[in-house]
Design a protein around this ligand. Sequence first.
Ligand code: ATP
Ligand code: MG
Length: 272
Amino acid sequence: MSKLRKALDKAKEAREGLAGDIIIDDNISSPLKTSPIKKREERFEKINPAYHHTTIKHIDFQNLENNKIISICHENAVADQLKILRTQILSQLKKLQGNSLLITSANPGEGRTVTAINLAISLSQQIDGTVLLVDADLRKPSIHSLLGFDAENGLSDYLRGKAQIADLLVNPGMHRLVVLPGGKPIPNSSELLGSPRMEDLVNELKERYADRIIIFDSPPLLTSADSLVLSRFIDGILIVVEAEKTTRENLKRATELLRDKPVIGTILNKTK
Ligand SMILES: Nc1ncnc2c1ncn2[C@@H]1O[C@H](COP(=O)(O)OP(=O)(O)OP(=O)(O)O)[C@@H](O)[C@H]1O
Ligand SMILES: [Mg+2]
């Protein structure tokens, strides 16, 4: 049995409440007790016992909305759009018989991370299994900061052999959502993301939990090889396009790079 499989077994056992302790990080502030956001927080903080051992971070739900993470809202036009998107994604993944999704875009700042988080939360509210959100933008990991928790270690540390996956997983206080943070930023991430260790990890994560959806955030296609390298291991790719900013030329170059890859669609982000 590989070390990785053992670690995943340990994590699964622990999440199922068979072993391990709940680790609670209380450093992050909570919203006002009386606000509607607090009510929402209470709804989402009913932590599934399946997350024992996975570190649970209490996040500030007010901060989420400031960071454009609006899929936590049930009464919101954008959250409704996300529900339509998640239905389309679930149907595409079913067609592809896959459970992993790469979120990419042509250029920096077009909204990949916000989209990946919103989609992960929205999907976790719909499916019976869990959603694993992986920060594979190792040049600029930011899922943890947008969600509002500290994450010293993550995927980059695992890929460099300095940490075990079971010790890196975080539950951000939301039902059925687990985050693998990016860890310490690294400049040479293409090599690590294309390494056999990464391929084994992705395959293991995909095969081990059939009822799980895995979403990968990644760097822009036109500034590094990372997304392209990662796309080899992943079932479906979504391209984020920023309204009134991504040029036709850049989108064309990005889609040409992915021409033989399973692109399942584009998301027009930041529309007025
Ligand atoms: N749908 C949206 N509506 C309004 N603002 C948005 C939306 N999506 C993203 N943003 C804002 O755009 C900025 C960039 O978003 P985000 O960090 O998700 O992009 P990114 O493509 O991951 O960027 P980077 O290349 O830096 O990783 C942030 O300030 C974010 O709040
Ligand atoms: Mg980003």
